[in-house]
Design a protein around this ligand. Sequence first.
Ligand code: BGC
Ligand code: BGC
Length: 853
Amino acid sequence: MSTMHSMMFRRVALTAAIAFAITGCGGAREKPTASQPAAAASPWPDVSWPLTADPALEKRIDELLATMTVEEKVGQLVQGDIASITPEDVRKYRLGSVLAGGNSDPGGKYDATPAQWLAQADAFYEASMDVSQGGKAIPILYGIDAVHGQSNIVGATLFPHNIGLGAMRNPELMRRIGEVTAIETRTTGMEWAFGPTVAVPQDDRWGRTYEGYSESPEVVASYAGVMVEGLQGKVGSQEFLDGTRVIASAKHFLGDGGTTGGKDQGDTAVDEATLVRIHAAGYPTAIAAGAQTVMASFNSVNGVRMHGNKPFLTDALKGRMQFGGFVVGDWNGHGQIPGCKNDDCPATINAGLDMAMAPDSWKGFYETTLAAAKAGTISKERLDDAVRRILRVKFRLGLFEAGKPSQRTVGGKFELLGAPEHRAIARQAVRESLVLLKNNGGVLPLQPKQRILVAGDGANDVGKQSGGWTLNWQGTGTKRSDFPNADSIYEGIAAQAKAAGGNAELSIEGKYTAKPDVAIVVFGENPYAEFQGDLPNLLYKPGNDVDLELIKRLKAEGIPVVAVFLSGRPLWMNREINAADAFVAAWLPGSEGAGIADVLLRKADGSVQHDFKGKLSFSWPRTATQYANNVGQKDYDPLFAFGFGLTYADKGTLAALPEVSGIEGEQSAGGVYFAKGKPSLGLAMQLSNAGQAGMPATTVPVALADGSLSLAAVDHKAQEDGRRLTWTGSKPASWLLVSGKPLDVTRESNGDVQLQLTVRRDSAVTAPVWLGVGCGDGCSGRVDLQKTLAAIPQGEWKVVGVPLKCFVAAGADVSKLVQVPVLESGAALQLSVSRIALGALNEAEATVACPAK
Ligand code: BGC
Ligand code: BGC
């Protein structure tokens, strides 16, 4: 560790004059401020920016800048999202950049064709170069979350998510992954990838744990630089920022992986030395590799939102660490600075942000920033510095000479999307990322020439094995045909078994006709992204033992079981580990599910094809409450330590693990309010009407004294896991879940997340049925379900969703919900409900339209 540290933080001596010339032409470099401690005491590493000043390039910037109006300058600072901006807007406002957010696609279609993406990129480029109605021709930068390959595009090679790549510990392969990602991104016209994520996740409840390579700063440092070089090309080489490369964004600066409780966009409360040692570890190598952009983080550090944190964005990043690219914001991240709004925030530019990601707020942001620049609230020096930094990147990338995206080196070469040589690299990464935790009796590797049962809901699901940030933001709701260049895990196993004269049979539920010799059960977390993946604890699948029961049943039938676990983090699942003979942590492998067969199956001649290489890059928890037990800590006591991973040379026997999770009582996943017939921890069930407010409903059957509403138990998937509500219609009455402490779903409401009921209509619906939330005295919002419920077939369970933003529109304050939900009817009605939870748009079978305001 110490050698790596000294290499990483090595000071390359630069004279003050050279440093000035490199990072701050035109007087842009900020002088260290009083808030910056003296060099010797500073925990921040010195880094040398590798690009020497290019006088010819600086001259071009000077010349262009001298002709630019303040409007044009401000335009360069603004990035709009393709769902909210048109090429015509870009032409008119002369904006510097557009992005495609996770759910933003040409024509609003998540499965838009590569040709549609490229045509759209051309249109934005042409708009930026169109001077027919005035303005300067400054090519636009188009950014996208190519975070595990060009992962928004149908047919692209999908690499394992970063957590798996961390387990592989192969920096050279990382570089190749960066190169392939860049090429595939360029085919569809974008020249900017919002990666690598160099977070160092410390609490595995965080929904973005899988976007990080490791809990260890050393592993992150060893990857950040090579990944930047892969994406951008090596500084000084022919390929550097050529037409096959993209600019990178090291993100999210800073402390994204250190928030209290693993809460996404929360606060990282650590001293500066720890912040730098752990959370900044990826930046020195990324900057030394010439990362052209750094993305500011949503989180705050010791209470200060990073988008407004001048000491870190300006003094530390651009000053001390000599970062010579530009700082881009995150999705309306500036709007979270106290005193700012999404469409008004000069403070973020003054703190050191050079370009704001103002997806839907770009127009207002442009106008207020322009006003601030004119009023001098943003100084001319700061404005010019930001514009120079952006232009410098555009010139270095050769954009002014590149022509439109479709005419560039690999623009439109769609045969490169998922090209066999690209997929081979991804498949190698899959092989090397698998971590073997248990191999009792040496059950692995398997002979391919036998009868193999492949079971579990992850066995034949490319969407599930690819995780979030896949074709859409959450990575949910995809289908097999969305992945033309991919193999599911089952498909990989089946092909190899067949070639060897064996036979693999697929049955998600583990059914078979002839008894198999062995079963491979593939299961795990369903896709999620960002805060939607935050967990209250590390318990695998609370309240749902179907995977465990499947493994146990197969074992009871005398079939050896190999468990393959898909997940974005290590989770407490000792019962599943105990039940299986072998246990493989496969993370989120992406399109190359066949990489799993490469390691699990022997060659036809019986020899080993590929041994396990993966080593844990995150410590595996001993209990479901061991959230933040990371390598190097004093009280470090994981179940499987950082670096653990068996090979076929190891004995692999694991004694039975304790099956006490450490979770007291009933706890459920975040965002679940009612399941298994019970309200979640912290919620109480009540019946209510004008005559009898808040009557507890802790037993069944139960009814209001006047009988207007009664509650009985019903079965949906399990015995008494639902409740049947019968309203007589004698007077309006409601069923509600009341929370002891106010629940804040603000983050969830800033998008298309829904409150969903799994419901069965047991009668006709003839009058309004109100689904509402309560937020204290006189504060509520409700939506009528009548039409939606009337349209679902009677007697069938359906998931009905109401977007959270509908409740906001109806008057609710979603930062302090105390009743979630309230279900009310004034007419006779019978409904059964088995689950109430937050969910994604595409998980609903019927969605209620928000009433017009
Ligand atoms: C995420 C970033 C991402 C951006 C654009 C944000 O919500 O935090 O990682 O690059 O959206 O999709
Ligand atoms: C966008 C993502 C973004 C997220 C932020 C989503 O609607 O598609 O790109 O990261 O919002 O919350």
